[in-house]
Design a protein. Structure first.
Length: 154
């Protein structure tokens, strides 16, 4: 006959299966942390690509006076720099003019009598990121924006 007291002592002292229980409790937390890191990495990578695409576009635009108004070329430079981001687009390209002494100008060479004309190119890019897992209360998509501006001496 089995003594109940001995069986109870054996069960209380036994630690077999403890590691399995700890693993079962912590594994879901670990999986959620890994998914969060992957999602954050995707968003960070996309944000870097969007920002770099804007910089590449203003770099192309500031080559000389002719490329500053080449919107198709600026868009091409941005989209090819961020080719890994399918949703990347150029939101806007704008040109502004001023004289090197700080006074306003309209872009004509006669605007700045004693100084030179400074042209500034500004490019805004954007991309949409769709999270892998949609959580209640959080947006279904995130829109990331890139902005770059560069002066071009005329």
């Amino acid at each position: 006959m089995v003594n109940i007291r001995e069986l109870k002592r054996a069960l209380v002292r036994s630690e077999s299966g403890g590691a399995l229980v700890e693993t079962a409790v912590t594994l879901p937390l670990l999986v959620m942390m890994v998914i969060g890191v992957v999602e954050l990495s995707r968003v960070a990578y996309t944000a870097i690509e969007v920002s770099n695409a804007a910089r590449a576009a203003v770099s192309y635009a500031s080559q000389d006076g002719g490329t500053a108004s080449d919107t198709a070329g600026i868009t091409w430079a941005a989209t090819h720099d961020g080719a890994n981001v399918a949703t990347l687009s150029v939101a806007s390209v704008s040109l502004s003019y001023a004289c090197s002494d700080g006074s306003d100008a309209t872009g004509l060479s006669t605007d700045c009598a004693n100084t030179h004309l400074v042209e500034t190119v500004t490019v805004k890019t954007q991309a949409t990121v769709d999270p892998m897992i949609h959580l209640p209360g959080l947006p279904m998509t995130y829109t990331l924006h890139g902005l770059a501006s560069q002066k071009c001496l005329q």
